[in-house]
Design a protein around this ligand. Sequence first.
Ligand code: GLC
Length: 610
Amino acid sequence: MKKALIFKISFILLIILVLGTAFFVFENKNPALPNDNSSERCEQKDLPYLDSNLSTQDRVNDLMGRMTDWEKIGQMILIEKNSIHDINDITRYNLGALLSGGGAGPKQDTPLAWLQMINNFQSAAQKTCLKIPLLYGIDAIHGAGNVIGATIFPHFIGLGATRDPDLVRRVAEATAEEIAATGIYWNYAPNLDVAKDIRWGKTYETFGSDTENVAQLGLAYLEGTQNSSNGYLKVLANPKHFIGGGSMEYGTSRNKYFKIEEGNINIDEETLRQVHLVPFKEAVDGGARAIMVGTATWRGKMNSSNHYLLTDVLKKELGFSGFIVSDWYGVYEVAPSKYESLVLAINAGVDMVMSPFEYKDFMSNMQKALFRGDITKERIDDAVRRILTVKFETGLFDRPQAEPEGLSVIGSDEHRDLAREAVRKSQVLLKNTNSALPLSVSLDKIIVAGAAANNLGRQAGGWTTEWQGIDGNYGISGTTILEAIKNAVSKNTEVQFNEKGNFSVGNNLADVGIVVVGEKPYAEGWGDNPNPKLSPEDLSAIEKTKAKSKKIIVVIISGRPLDISSYSENWDGIVASWLPGSEGEGITDVLFGLYPFTGTLPVSWNISSN
Ligand code: GLC
């Protein structure tokens, strides 16, 4: 009896041991997918997928048929270029896409250095067996903002004030030309968010709070970016952030430093569709081939793991056949483990994961998921097919690497003239008592003050040279508002500048005081602000300048409306300049009446207290 009991217990323990070992091995088995780099496979000639005379579909089919699962998985990751510490990893891991996050450029931000950096990355990709070129992306959301010498256009909030699709299309074309000159063919724009809460730091990245205006200008920007005469996409546009950006509730951010960015959207589906789906439908119908899903949650669920939104609505209902790319670290916030996050996000419909910091974990987790069947081969093939189709459409396989000769388009006079046109059409006249504006160019004396009067960094705002922008005049070439004023007036007009408004004018007051004030540069959640308003220094400069001039004009450089209702009563003229970028003369064009004010508010702005 006793022996039988011991045997039974031993048998049970043995079974537990065997099962436990099997589970441990299965759980941690890292199935290294076959990656055949044999010469007979990698040195074939006359490969159909490299034949530009074949249809895109035939080329994709041929290439897919040659790829190992390892190579396919490499196409599904997007890495921030500063995470690549050994450029040979691009070859080793068959990485398919890189990006420059805000400010992530070469050591020298010159156009040539950018071109050389991109070409070096592409050369590493050309050393892979199948030589699939990299897709390289950047946020050129108001021109090639990272590149020294580039034309810096008004941020989208200013373009929203123009309500001019043709102008926005031309701005997009010029921006695409300047980034393509450096070898970059993927722009994370247009932003199709609808800004419903101006306390959000990303307000200036949007065309404003009017869905129809966002949809119209977003489509124009998409077309201007992509359309070309040679049959390829000039540059791949990337509407973002699907879906609901701009409706996150204040105070719901997952990030302890932010208030709205990475927050929760609580509106019902009908409102989500009416306010936020329309611009994306226009973009899909208008040829969008890449769409970025945002890092917000909708009713508590991460958008990047929402199968209904990504697959049922975007891919099936809207018929989007391009690829969905995730935003920054958004996928890895879906679930407690990276493995589970990847499985949920990719099965929900994400095709390319902006990792953005690591790729080895990604590759091993994806292998594990494929081995276990948590992500099916069909899902991976669907994602890779979408990505490769767009790579062929963008001409990456066929166009040679960018050449230095093309760099002359960057910051060209033609583009700067266009930017100046965009600036002047974006200016909104908020107040004009007793026809204070326009000013005469032949006044005797003008005094100019304000922290943004002689500061290209403030004119440009975030995403310029650095992610958060710069507060000064380094790294950007352009015309400050002070310089523009001096250029606009007659040679007999005296122009005095003092940033803080400390002027000595004796008994004769200046004819007019122009004070240029507003926000310091910021980007994204770092700009979330419970009460955007002028600083005490700004208000002091205005008061001091007002005391020394017959009339006072306040020019506001900001990414959104600022609370001026308690002070604006005694200001004669007020102009909303938004974030105009490098061409300050677009502001003086309307201040001095060379052109009329035509801009209208893209978001509501109540400037008076009554
Ligand atoms: C950021 C932004 C997104 C941008 C991306 C790449 O976090 O949310 O708009 O395109 O990362 O820089």
